[in-house]
Write a protein that binds this ligand. Structure first.
Ligand code: ADP
Length: 406
């Protein structure tokens, strides 16, 4: 069987999976792993093979050491890169800027283009690039593919992609709405026409990726026309720890009145805001527990979250004109029955007939949670970004082989 190694490299961690690109979204990958606390004394490597968990605690000086040791652990368990039929390595890259609307076969030139995009994603792209360089050095004979989180949104119309700020400044500094979670929105939205029995070329839909980070997208005939995240993943919906949309004037106010530095404000809005900033917790299971214990801050955080979600759903219904489906995905979207019900509460006059019973069914499969005759269908579709990256990488790798590059 052919597999793809999917890597998601952060500054101090590497998440990886070995995935059969022919899998269904709900199939378990062959291997999942996490190299954590790279560069810290208390590093660890976790590898799960066929459901069996292996953990090794050790100091991991850098990404190279971490990935090499992870591969050795995989070899010890007969699922190492030399033992499997690996056809590609797929790398998640957060920012593709204006340059990339498709996955790319990695070479020095593409690497340096990703490097050029560092100013747009100073925290993410350098770490992604580290992972790419290390993996290409360890596995030089395999095609490596970069899959960009922004790519799905690269062709939005200027009216949706550009901000109403000074054009000269915006152009000079590449300021525009890039959007993120694109791999997930695309993957989920591609399953919806099948569930609807409709031609993908004639489907209008809203996808709601509600994880720790959260974003909404409006998709017309397979193409994204709007999305809630912006230049950075801070914009849009209220999230686990991020504020989502706020009046930009708040930043000047905090700077002038609170004397906060730009880095402090960055941290406040990215890490200490959102649901956590109001309630103290960002996990929706804990938030629910607190609401049940009549914690008023938890209730407020939840209501702000729902209010913001309904705002985006409403505005995308207008942007699309006609909506065939609204789909929930990711940790909160797939599991939190209340979030789904409350965000679509009382919208029958807009053709959304929510089915409360169907919403309560627990399942890992894609499912409908509106009534069968609802003009706007509502679905829960599990996302699987690693599988999507594996599929795209396998496709690019096959093209590279056909072209005689590998
Ligand atoms: P990430 O954005 O980090 O990839 P996920 O999509 O896995 O995250 O979502 C993680 C979030 O999903 C958790 O923080 C939690 O709020 C939520 N979540 C996970 N399981 C449940 C559940 N059973 N009920 C409600 N929320 C859940």
């Amino acid at each position: 069987m052919a597999y793809v190694l999917v890597l998601n490299s952060g500054s101090s961690s590497i998440k990886f999976q070995v995935v059969n690109p022919e899998n269904e979204a709900t199939d378990a990958p062959l291997v999942t792993g996490l190299v954590e606390q790279i560069g810290e004394p208390n590093g660890a490597i976790n590898v799960t093979v066929n459901g069996e968990k292996i953990r090794e605690e050790l100091e991991i000086p850098d990404h190279t050491a971490g990935l090499k040791r992870a591969f050795e652990i995989m070899e010890d368990n007969q699922v190492g890169p030399t033992q499997l039929e690996l056809i590609a390595v797929g790398h998640r890259v957060v920012h593709g800027g204006r340059l990339f609307s498709e996955p790319q076969l990695l070479d020095e030139q593409i690497e340096s283009m990703i490097e050029d995009l560092i100013p747009l994603a100073p925290l993410h792209n350098p770490a992604n690039l580290d992972g790419i360089r290390v993996a290409r050095a360890i596995l030089p004979d395999l095609p490596h593919v970069a899959v960009f989180d922004t790519a799905f949104f690269n062709r939005m119309a200027p009216a949706a992609a550009l901000y109403a700020i000074n054009k000269e400044v915006a152009t000079k500094y590449d300021i525009r709405r890039y959007g993120f979670h694109g791999t997930s929105h695309e993957f989920v939205s591609q399953q919806v026409p099948k569930l609807l029995g409709r031609d993908p070329g004639h489907t209008h839909q809203i996808t709601l990726h509600l994880g720790n980070g959260a974003s909404a997208a409006a998709i017309s005939n397979g193409r994204a026309i709007d999305t809630s995240m912006g230049l950075t993943p801070l914009a849009g919906l209220a999230m686990g720890t991020r504020s989502g949309d706020i009046d930009p004037g708040i930043i000047f106010h905090l700077s002038r009145q609170a004397g906060m530095s730009i880095d402090e404000i960055d941290k406040l809005l990215n890490k200490q805001s959102g649901v956590k900033g109001i309630s103290g917790v960002n996990d929706f299971r804990l938030l629910r527990e607190r609401i049940e214990n009549e914690d008023s801050d938890a209730w407020l955080a939840y209501n702000i979250y729902i209010h913001q979600l309904r705002r985006f759903i409403g505005s995308y219904m207008i942007a699309l004109g006609r909506v065939d489906a609204i789909t929930f995905t990711a940790g909160v979207g797939e599991n939190d029955t209340e979030v789904r019900q409350d965000s679509l509460y009382n919208l029958d006059m807009y053709g959304i007939h929510f089915d409360k019973e169907a919403n309560l069914v627990r399942s890992k499969e894609p499912r409908m949670i509106s009534t069968a005759d609802s003009p706007v269908k509502v679905f829960v579709v599990p996302t699987n970004e690693e599988l999507a990256i594996a599929q795209k990488s396998a496709e690019i790798a096959a093209m590279a082989r056909e072209a005689g590059l590998y």
